[in-house]
Design a protein around this ligand. Structure first.
Ligand code: RB5
Length: 142
């Protein structure tokens, strides 16, 4: 069964969003944006993506802006999601194992497309370890 993945970006992340959708055979829910040239505000897309994931409409979310920083801040305003900005595969693995991150954030101006692809694959394939991490992530829901 294919994973259902909601994906959103601002204009700075649009090209990487389209690359990931074209490359990975997943059930995508595209929240936008739909243009590289029309400037939009990353909070609108991060907040909309977090709502989609917290509503249970997707297994995971992917959020992309220029640095990945602004959109990760926006996602994490929703206390039902754990959005993690990752710049390498080790971060992607550990944020799934330890934080049970349900949104992966990427910086399109920071991370190249092939590295981003490896990060996404690792994030989606890695299971949460549970155990001692369960109480820790519960403390994030304030
Ligand atoms: C947009 O120019 C840029 O500020 C945005 O993509 C992101 O990097 C913000 O954190």
């Amino acid at each position: 069964m294919k994973l259902k993945v909601a994906i959103a970006s601002d204009h700075g992340g649009y090209a990487l969003k389209e690359f990931l959708k074209d490359t990975l055979d997943l059930k995508w829910i595209d929240i936008g944006t739909n243009s590289e040239t029309q400037s939009v505000d990353y909070p609108d897309y991060g907040i909309a993506l977090a709502a989609e994931v917290s509503a249970g409409n997707a297994d995971f979310g992917i959020a992309i802006c220029g640095t990945g920083i602004g959109i990760s801040m926006a996602c994490n305003r929703n206390n039902q999601v754990r959005a993690a900005l990752c710049t390498d595969v080790t971060m992607a693995r550990l944020t799934r194992e330890h934080n049970d991150a349900n949104i992966l954030c990427l910086g399109a101006r920071i991370t190249g497309t092939e590295t981003a692809l490896d990060i996404v694959k690792t994030f989606l394939e890695t299971e949460f370890e549970g155990g001692r991490h369960i109480d820790r992530i519960a403390k994030l829901e304030v």
